[in-house]
Design a protein around this ligand. Structure first.
Ligand code: NAP
Length: 261
């Protein structure tokens, strides 16, 4: 039997109630990790915790609103009540642009602040809180869920693209600052992946362009199909594993070929 890639590691996965975060939590558990799961919707993370437990690993569902700075800074302490240390931090929770799709001249300032808080400030606060102990132990992983929208513009998505570009910047600087300590810090840049967030975005794009959703879906990338959350999770497993110890500060596209630079 092949050895499990994350045997006895502890992972904190934000936004783990559905979509990409859920897929990562389950893939990590299959590779032998215990998982702390967070999101606002308790029922969703409790369901994922039950799925992780069924795979034979420990899981804790910790409801948190990461737009609230006090809750974000309090999260590591809550995780520490259940697990001895966090080896792998996955900053995956995010809010998309489709909840409030406006051009910058007409942007909603409250939505801007909310997007910065969830997509950029929360990853910064969790990195700041958890990475020092990783460097002390000489092993750690941070995986930031950016986006291909962290490398290019997207109509009516000013806050989303700005936060995802920012998250890649945070990834690169944090990687430089931890280089050589046994900690690696990388970003994944998914393209369109079949989740609640993406299906809402496709609807917005279809309306902006006056095209049917199924045509948008077929033209979403050169492969002509949406990616599945499990495909993103495979890359997260690799980055979290020892196999990826030589890679840090990268922002890896996994986008069905929609981005080729
Ligand atoms: P999703 O299905 O909407 O899941 C988002 C997760 O984040 C949920 O568990 C959500 O739970 C949590 N979340 C949102 N706001 C939160 C808050 N204030 N506090 C705590 N948790 C919060 O979206 P997804 O597509 O899986 O997205 C996951 C990540 O991938 C995001 O960072 C997204 O930007 C990125 N991404 C996705 C795609 C795509 O095509 N799907 C492409 C590129 C990048 P609650 O609502 O219960 O809080």
């Amino acid at each position: 039997m092949q050895a499990m890639k994350l045997h006895n590691k502890v992972a904190l996965v934000t936004g783990a109630g559905r979509g990409i975060g859920r897929a990562i939590a389950l893939a990590f558990a299959r590779e032998g990790a215990d998982v702390a799961l967070t999101a606002r919707t308790a029922a969703e993370i409790e369901q994922v915790a039950a799925e992780v437990t069924a795979l034979g690993r420990s899981a804790e569902a910790l409801p948190v609103d990461l737009s609230d700075r006090a809750q974000a800074t309090g999260l590591p302490g809550r995780v520490a009540r259940h697990f001895p240390a966090v080896d792998i931090l996955v900053n995956n929770a995010g809010i998309g642009s489709s909840a409030n799709p406006r051009r910058i001249a007409d942007y909603d300032d409250g939505f801007w602040d909310l997007s910065i808080a969830v997509n950029l400030t929360a990853p910064y606060l969790l990195t700041k809180a958890l990475v020092p102990a990783m460097t002390e132990r000489g092993w750690g992983r941070v995986i930031n869920m950016a986006s291909v929208a962290g490398k290019r513009g997207l109509l009516a998505a000013g806050a989303y693209t700005a936060t995802k570009h920012g998250l890649i910047g945070l990834t690169r600087t944090a990687a430089l600052e931890t280089a050589g300590t046994g900690v690696t810090i990388n970003a994944i840049c998914p393209g369109a992946t079949r989740t609640v967030m993406l299906l809402r975005r496709l609807q917005v794009d279809a309306e902006l362009r006056g095209e049917p959703v199924d045509k948008m879906e077929a033209n979403v990338n050169p492969l002509g199909r949406l990616l599945e959350p499990a495909e993103i999770a495979e890359l997260a497993v690799y980055l979290a594993s020892d196999d990826a110890r030589g890679m840090t500060g990268q922002a890896l596209n996994l986008s069905g070929g929609s981005t080729m630079h």
